[in-house]
Design a protein around this ligand. Structure first.
Ligand SMILES: Cc1ncc(COP(=O)(O)O)c(C=O)c1O
Length: 389
């Protein structure tokens, strides 16, 4: 028993520390971390460059409020804008806050267009966060249950359905934004089709709506490009980041482009902690390590090795393996909870997505030997599951 609010299921291990892709519990047991704190620890645990940056920055300045500005924040914004082809950045502390800022962009855009009853399109099985606006945006009923009345008005359409999107734009003349994960994470590692990504961009342009890419799980290089919209060659008006941006240090960001970049003006949005020198310094260091170690290209190659290895090893015990780079889903014919438990028995930590998929979101720094280790542990876990059936 502890005094924490019961927001989470009872924890199944008490973590002591980590090193690279390895996690250690209080009893000294060692686990292969296959999901890096839910797509957060992109450089693994206790990365020396990140630890050194945090230690150094702590001796200089940690926080100074947004009444002033700091060089770390300016540099982090400039670097992110260059990587993402964006114009402006608002720093915050989490994914949900980044999406709140994006949703506020749609309201300001509606005001600019003179629309008093704005609609934002989001998609079934999407996940955008747990604040009131972001849970309202989320396309999963279980996240909203008990929290009605919700923030209006989000219309949830089927994912990858171009016709449904076209019909929605025909039906409503008050759509001010479309918010999309081009690879759905919590929804089961589901990539958008090229046609769908093109349609979102084209319809938003045609109808003066903001295209918002939620890159919180699929961004920051995990899929082999800095941002997953770069796989599709589409340019969103707004994009949101968190998770791997800080490798575990809390930071989120909402980036805006072109006309959308003028929507936020002094007094329209703010945060006490967002973009403090410590968080911005960590983000800069994360980006620098990804660049120096050429991790974008290796993420793609490592992802292919894992996906091919799992297809061969798990065969027809699974429905399919899908994903991009190090964002991988293994779809099972049944609820994946028992498989997650079987993996844990082999000291491999993986996490569910939707009601049929297990996710692998390992650190970009994972070695070839550790990749083979994941495949072997998963194969043994599947074997155990079949024996027990
Ligand atoms: C795609 C996506 N958007 C938003 C969020 C919310 O981020 P946070 O938990 O940092 O608020 C998540 C978290 O899982 C996510 O995967």
């Amino acid at each position: 028993m502890n005094n924490l609010m019961r927001a989470y299921a009872p924890p199944s291990l008490v973590v002591s520390h980590g090193k690279g892709v390895w996690l250690f519990d209080e009893n000294g047991e060692q686990y292969l971390d296959g999901f890096g704190g839910i797509a957060v620890n992109c450089l693994g645990h206790a990365h020396p460059a990140i630890a050194a940056a945090i230690a150094d920055q702590a001796t200089r300045i940690n926080h100074c409020s947004n009444i002033f500005v700091n060089q770390q924040q300016i540099k982090a914004a400039q670097t992110l804008c260059e990587l993402a082809n964006m114009d402006r950045v608002f720093f915050c502390n989490s994914g949900a806050e980044a999406n709140e800022a994006a949703i506020k962009h749609t309201r300001l855009h509606a005001t600019k267009r003179g629309i008093s009853n704005p609609v934002v399109i989001t998609f079934e099985h999407s996940f955008h966060g747990r604040t009131m606006a972001t849970l309202s945006a989320t396309g999963n009923a279980s996240v909203k249950k008990g929290f009605e009345p919700l923030v209006g008005t989000f219309v949830h359409l089927p994912y990858n359905d171009v016709a449904a999107l076209e019909q929605a734009f025909e039906k409503h003349d008050n759509i001010v934004g479309v918010m999309v994960e081009l690879i759905q994470g919590e929804g089961g590692i589901r990539p958008a089709t090229q046609a769908f990504a093109n349609a979102v961009r084209a319809l938003c342009t045609e109808h003066d709506a903001l295209m918002i890419c939620d890159e919180i799980q699929c961004g920051m290089g995990r899929t082999g490009h800095w941002f997953s919209y770069q796989h599709y060659g589409v340019q969103p008006d707004v994009t949101t980041l968190a998770k791997s941006l800080g490798n575990g240090f809390p930071i989120g960001a909402c980036l805006s482009w072109a006309e959308a970049a003028d929507l936020i003006q002094p007094g329209t949005h703010g945060t006490t902690y967002g973009g403090n020198p410590m968080a911005a310094r960590v983000a800069l260091e994360v980006i620098s390590v990804i660049q120096t170690e050429a991790l974008l290209a290796s993420n793609l190659q490592k992802g292919d090795v894992i996906m091919q290895g799992l297809r061969e090893a798990l065969g027809d015990s699974i429905v399919e393996v899908r994903g991009r780079g190090l964002m991988i889903g293994i779809e099972l014919p049944t609820d994946p909870s028992d498989f997650v438990t079987a993996c844990k028995a082999h000291k491999l930590l993986v996490v569910k997505a939707a009601n049929n998929t297990v996710r692998l979101l390992p650190a970009y720094t994972i070695s070839e030997a550790e990749i083979q280790d994941i495949i072997e542990r998963m194969t043994k876990a599947m074997h155990d599951l079949k024996e027990a059936a």
